[in-house]
Design a protein around this ligand. Structure first.
Ligand SMILES: [Zn+2]
Length: 213
């Protein structure tokens, strides 16, 4: 465990994302937020995205509705999920072409992406970011931290999925970050090729994870 990229999905969430940003700020750490367009489009959602950006975090897209994975969605809807969220991020100053697909339960399988969605991402020279550590904060608010630490110990660079939603990562985030910091972990806002199947629209060796080859 030498490097960690902390990612926060499924926000922004009123009364939660501010807390996550406060903790990150206290440690001087910068993360990557993959926001749900529908949530980011509200007044409070926009404020939270702008705050995250102002504090040096990266903000990318995590679909508009986060309801049906692209591998099970019709092409017209896939296009709208990508375009609507990208337009909002462009308006807010985020990264419209930084995208994380919605995986049901965080599982990387054939539901994750459609051939059409993958083509659109390539056309837009998008960077598609997956993950290699999924400690399950949303289903185990008390236990995810130890799961994450054990899992991160198995590899050099972990891309960790946490969630800025109610009842998830926030409660133990301070302890988690204190543990990582004292262990000498380096924090990055970049992602390794094995978690980035498309980088700038170009397939990497992990492209097969999208299940469209
Ligand atoms: Zn999600």
């Amino acid at each position: 465990m030498t490097t960690a990229t902390l990612t926060f999905d499924n926000g922004p969430t009123p009364a939660v994302t501010d807390g996550v940003l406060d903790v990150l700020s206290a440690f001087g750490l910068r993360a990557v937020f993959f926001v749900i367009g529908k949530k980011a489009s509200t007044d409070e959602g926009r404020r939270l995205v702008r705050r995250a950006l102002a504090e040096g975090h990266r903000v990318g897209a995590h679909t508009w509705n986060h309801a049906v994975p692209f591998g099970r969605l019709d092409d017209v809807s896939v296009r709208a999920e990508l375009d609507d969220t990208a337009a909002l991020l462009a308006e807010l100053g985020g990264e419209p072409d930084l995208f994380r697909p919605y995986g049901v339960g965080g599982v990387i399988d054939d539901r994750l992406m459609s051939r059409f969605g993958e083509q659109l991402l390539r056309e837009r020279k998008a960077t598609c970011v997956l993950w290699n550590s999924l400690p399950g904060d949303w289903r185990d608010e008390g236990g995810w931290m130890q799961v994450a630490l054990d899992d991160m110990a198995t590899r050099d660079w972990s891309v960790v999925v946490l969630h800025d939603v109610a009842g998830a990562a926030l409660r133990h985030l301070r302890t988690f970050l204190a543990t990582l910091t004292s262990a000498g972990v380096a924090f990055s806002q970049q992602t390794p090729d094995d978690c980035t199947p498309l980088r700038g629209g170009v397939p990497t060796p992990s492209h097969f994870l999208l299940g469209v080859d």
